[in-house]
Design a protein around this ligand. Sequence first.
Ligand code: ADP
Ligand code: MG
Length: 687
Amino acid sequence: MNKLENSVQYLKGIGPKKANLLNKIGIRTIEDIIYHFPRAYEDRRNLKKISALENGEKANLRVVICGAPRKYRPQRNMSIIKLPAKDETGFIYLTWFNQDYIISNINIGDIININGRVKKIGNQIEMQNPEYEKYEESGKKIGRIVPIYQLTEKLSNNELTKIVEYTLANYLDYTIDVIPQNIIDELELFSFNEAIKNIHFPKDRVSYKKAKERLVFEELLLLQLGLLIIKRKNTVNNKGIMFSKNDETQKLIELLPYKLTSAQIRVFNEISMDMESPKQMNRLVQGDVGSGKTIIAVLSMLKAYNSGFQSVMMAPTEILATQHYESVNALFDKFNINCQLLTSNITGKKRMEILREIEKGEIHVIIGTHAVLQENVNFHKLGLAITDEQHRFGVRQRATLSLKGNNPDILVMTATPIPRTLALILYGDLEVSIIDELPAGRKKIKTYIASGEMKKRVYSFIREQIKKGRQAYIVCPLIEESDSIKAQSANELYEILKSSSLSDLRLGLLHGQMKAAEKDSIMTKFKSGEIDILVSTTVIEVGVNVPNANIMLIENAERFGLAQLHQLRGRVGRGNYQSYCILINESKSKIAKERMYIMEKTNDGFVIAEKDLQIRGPGEFFGTRQHGLPELKIANLFSDINTLKIAQSIAFRLLESDPSLSSNNNKMIKERILKLFNKESQMISFN
Ligand code: ADP
Ligand code: MG
């Protein structure tokens, strides 16, 4: 067994208690310690002179102890040790609280390095609770760049630094450099060991940069290679279905109450060509909210039906699945297609019946939530698998869906636009089609920022619009992940509005914890205009389509991501009415204001996504975990974009010259990828 995979308890001085603390910050194995990179650094190389000290600054000094310690007891449970020290420019008092052992550790005449905050009282200079090291161990804590780690209660930075130091000294030799030597030479990279040493304990700024560069490169290279391998598996190996050119899609297009935009026509043509080709389709359709992605899915499903195949379309929420089901069913009216809804709330006999009919092929189109992924959903002849709002699903879920058929064509749809280089990472395994045009006649949504105090005016504005026959959404503040807390906050807001400001209007409440039937009935009422205002959590964030609603009011908008606000805003502006988005910003912070300003200024999802990336970083933006990709420990997909480009070109080259990464040079990198993508291993294989 690999020594590095041993529990941290194997390390000297780490018992179960300390191991527990380490577990709390995600450190379980010895290897985890090596990969627990500092979150910041403190430069303690500069030794100052006492005469140059300024009040309040943090400084490093080298001093000699020049007098006996004095001990005070100002309170029963408090002791103070005070030691006089000096350098050639002046005197300083070092004081420690409740650390009596200092007396026996430091003696008159000792030379020590200290680090701490300077306090000037009158013309006396003091440093309280400084860190110190004896001159003979000089350069351990002071006189060098020290790492600052992410910590947990009862685990000090000092302690963790020592653990890291010990681990590097004793285990670094067991690590393996997975990057082939010729690439290291070509890019003039640090070796793995050099990089690890310098990321924890940088010799200087240059070494730190080289260390980081190497580790970022490695992380991105592994990620990109893994994704390319998945993609190859999808496209090269898989012979797909050849759907017939003969279909009724033109007939459906002519039945629509509107004309398709030229972008929609182009994208559907791309899909048609994929479907008719003998290769398996793996296509991403990217189009801003309201660009009309649903009809593209519907046309594709009709095409599959015309060739005698079943289709499935998966949506992230029950509300959206239900809405899709209703609109799709209406469109299929003239086509003899049996289309059914499947969510986890359809149970008992009804469910059994649906499952049986799917298996027999009597149901042609199934629309649903995650429920369609369940093992007991067996298709008779699945030809097309569609995921709507792909950014809400993981790579793995998409794969599971496609495994329900014999190489069905895959179509995924998303409104979250991303720069091209990043698309290659996140959707590295997909071809991309873009709907870059909104249907004609859409009015630009007017966006306003308001503070909490302006709510009265906002409400009277909403009232006016409702008098004119329109409807509104009010989205309640975003609270931590828990569904039940979200529900509670929606509930409270609903009760408040109902009994005060908006008591004369017909209000409805919607949140994720309601029963499916309740949700359905509320959405139906809202659609039919029996409810004026829908008070809701973010369950309405994606997909929901009620063209008569023209106001989107978002409470505490500063707590949402920009991409999310844009999605929410996309719930209005879907009809011919002038629509409004009102963002209540309760924060005074500059960043919050800047973010709200971006929303006010632009309706372009692409611009918004890029700003969001810049401000929040991609971790939060994409939620890599959701994508089922390995977590990035050091690389940042946005700020490390240049390294990403290099990693991409190296990845392409490696796979071209050695597709199965089986040469001696590449063996290690292959092993590492398999380990990293372990959880997705059903998707990674090298043959
Ligand atoms: P999204 O891309 O956000 O999923 P939808 O597919 O829900 O958008 O479409 C939004 C609305 O626009 C729907 O009411 C749909 O019927 C309508 N729509 C789609 N395409 C067109 C078009 N070419 N012209 C006019 N309206 C359209
Ligand atoms: Mg949609």
